[in-house]
Design a protein around this ligand. Structure first.
Ligand code: NAD
Ligand code: TYD
Length: 352
């Protein structure tokens, strides 16, 4: 038995493949285009593991998809591949449309053709699991209840709009063609291998490098944080027993204002690796221009996943964030390999 995982060299995809092979004997075919966000170093732990096959390629390449499906006959596809950074989608939405919408469409088409050729037994067991985000639901006021699966889609950024489009296509392929799909909508993740353009790894990196810790606007925007390994365990659970055609919200019940997250990171670093001058890393916090169309609050109601599939996160924010800071302190080489070249150009454009 085999599964095909796309976007496997990125943050969540890599964590998923590593955790999958730590928990199963079942082989994984990894497909990743290796964009700026894809990093084979994330999968280094699997070197020499015969259960893992990496293929460099684009989810928009129909021929390649057909070949991979026919050759490896996976019993499931898990689609992580995407452009994932909101700020980049504001500067240049084109890649988001190509990968997140057209790429997802090509994957659905290839999966539909493959599914149609499977034996009745294999077709009944096949699953196409699409990994999506809570950002498709739009923004909440401070007092509104958290997003349930019934919340209407109101995406506000080119990133979230492109993910919403792909979610709709996935739904349509189930209703129209009977493709056995599952969709998960997860809140903000954090943990090992998180690319340092996103808030938590950026703040850890900048703090240690003596650089400003940039807060957009007033820093009171709220995100609902989930440790990445909890996201991976939820996806495994949905893949195992999720009901075909259903969507499942995944979240950590950890709503935090951005400024509080940054304060927490500074306090942990003050303890783990104090500044040489003895002052707090909080000194480096700088408030700047807000993100255009910045969603004020996301919050996920993950009751359905707990009630129907018995999933709960293993980490609290307090335990997960400590593990994360420790991982970055222990893996400075990984960060240094990224924070060069093209990444530096992005930082100077975004934070000039
Ligand atoms: P990431 O940007 O770290 O990784 C994306 C990966 O996809 C990279 O390895 C990249 O090389 C690859 N990729 C991009 N375009 C591709 C293409 N055309 N063909 C093949 N591979 C391609 O993203 P992430 O944070 O790991 O997110 C993974 C998925 O989870 C995305 O679909 C994202 O929308 C979703 N998600 C992310 C979060 C979060 O907090 N990061 C939360 C909920 C959902
Ligand atoms: P981010 O990690 O980019 O995730 P998302 O936009 O998908 O939620 O940002 C998390 C929050 O942190 C978001 O409200 C924007 C904010 N933010 C900053 O204040 N400063 C920064 O430098 C970055 C990258 C994000």
């Amino acid at each position: 038995m085999t599964i095909l995982v796309t976007g496997s060299a990125g943050f969540i995809g890599a964590n998923f493949v590593l955790d999958w092979l730590a928990n199963h004997e079942e082989a994984v075919i990894s497909l990743d285009k290796l964009t700026y966000a894809g990093n084979l170093e994330n999968l280094k732990g699997l070197d020499g593991d015969s259960r893992h096959t990496f293929v460099k390629g684009d989810i928009g390449d129909s021929e390649l998809l057909t070949e991979l499906l026919e050759t490896y006959q996976p019993r499931a596809v898990v689609n992580f591949a995407a452009e994932s950074h909101v700020d980049r989608s504001i500067h240049g939405p084109e890649d988001f449309i190509q990968t997140n919408i057209v790429g997802a469409f090509r994957m659905l088409e290839a999966a539909r053709a493959y599914h149609a050729r499977l034996s009745a037994q294999a077709a009944a067991a096949f699953r196409f699991l699409h990994v999506s985000t809570d950002e498709v639901y739009g923004s909440l006021s401070p007092t509104e209840p958290a997003f349930t699966e019934q919340h209407q889609y109101e995406p506000n950024s080119p990133y979230s709009a492109s993910k919403a489009a792909s979610d709709h296509l996935v739904r349509a392929y189930h209703h129209t063609y009977g493709l056995p799909v599952l969709t998960t909508n997860c809140s903000n993740n954090y943990g090992p291998y998180h690319f340092p353009e996103k808030l938590i790894p950026l703040v850890i990196h900048n703090a240690l490098a003596g650089k400003p810790l940039p807060i957009y606007g007033d820093g009171q925007q709220v995100r609902d944080w989930l440790y990445v390994k909890d996201h991976c365990s939820a996806i495994r659970r949905v893949l195992e027993d999720g009901i075909v055609g259903e969507t499942y919200n995944i979240g950590g019940w950890n709503e935090k204002a951005n400024i509080d997250v940054v304060h927490t990171l500074c306090d942990i670093l003050d303890h783990e690796q104090p500044r040489v001058d003895g002052l707090s890393y909080r000194q480096q916090i700088t408030f700047g221009k807000d993100r255009p169309g910045h969603d004020r609050r996301y919050a996920i109601d993950a009751t359905k996943l707990e009630r129907e599939l018995g999933w709960k996160p293993a980490e609290t924010f307090e335990s997960g964030i400590r593990k994360t800071v420790r991982w970055y302190l222990d893996n400075q080489g990984w960060v240094n390999n990224i924070t060069s070249g093209a990444y530096r150009d992005w930082v100077s454009r975004q934070y000039q």
